[in-house]
Design a protein around this ligand. Structure first.
Ligand code: 13P
Length: 248
């Protein structure tokens, strides 16, 4: 089963209209021959301008969160329909920073994921263990819970992208080794096979995220179960193009 690689940037709370437009303009020619799907998940307020900037290119614009209600009294939140209005295709859900700082739980991840799918958006559902959890040998237990609860009730798991982001590797410069990332992502794929069906598990795109950069992307992408990357810091610069062109 061949899965098309998918490299996505997560700008987090970085960039402005001007710097974002400049970066996308510079990235466009550099990524146009990519053999993978390419997306940049940008701050919500930048979406309209970044969609315009990326027009006519192979860069899709994504969001970094979506509310689970269709609409209503949720001050400060953004609905799936609002994202769709602007041509957003992907949305990151359950990033560890949202779990850590904004009270995101596996239950809210599940609600947001179902809402995104219903609206026709592709959720990028983030899972991953903290350093303490890894050191206490709890990685599989944590992933089991995040996958079981976070993906509960999904009809077609192939419509979901999973991002394995070990929390200890995010923004720390400490990447999981190729072998660690491969081993854990293979475990996630096996678990998806158990929760859904083995055949669908073979089709699900699973990304690695956590200090992935222009230097280490080739080794990670060469692993059989790693289908792509969710890139933080390196997506704020032209290095992102090098990662997108990992196979060249
Ligand atoms: P860094 O690539 O900056 O470590 O961030 C990874 C990440 O959190 C992407 O969602």
């Amino acid at each position: 089963m061949s899965r098309k690689p998918f490299i996505a940037g997560n700008w987090k709370m970085n960039m402005t209209v001007e710097s974002g437009k400049k970066l996308i303009k510079e990235l466009k020619p550099l990524v146009k021959k990519a053999n993978c799907d390419v997306a940049l998940c940008v701050p919500a307020i930048l979406i309209p301008e970044m969609v315009k900037a990326a027009k006519g290119s192979n860069i899709s614009i994504g969001a970094q969160n979506v509310h689970f209600a269709e609409k209503g009294a949720y001050t400060g939140e953004i609905s799936a329909d609002m994202l769709k209005d602007y041509g957003v295709k992907y949305v990151i859900i359950g990033h560890s920073e949202r779990r850590q700082y904004f009270g995101e739980t596996d239950e809210t991840v599940n609600k947001r994921t179902l809402t995104a799918l219903n609206a026709g958006l592709t959720p990028i559902v983030c899972v991953g263990e903290t350093l303490d959890e890894r050191e206490e040998d709890l990685t599989e237990e944590v992933l089991d819970r995040q996958l079981k609860v976070g993906l509960n009730g999904i009809e077609d798991i192939k419509k979901v992208v999973i991002a394995y982001e070990p929390v200890w590797a995010i923004g720390t410069g400490k990447t999981a080794t190729d072998e660690q990332a491969q081993e854990t992502i293979a475990y996630i794929r096996k678990k998806i096979g158990e929760l859904f069906c083995p055949k669908c598990a073979e089709e699900v795109i699973i990304q690695y995220g956590g200090s992935m950069n222009a230097g280490n992307c080739k080794g990670l992408m060469a692993q059989p179960d790693i289908d792509g990357g969710l890139i933080g810091g390196a997506s704020l610069k032209l290095d992102f193009a090098t990662i997108v062109n990992f196979d060249k």
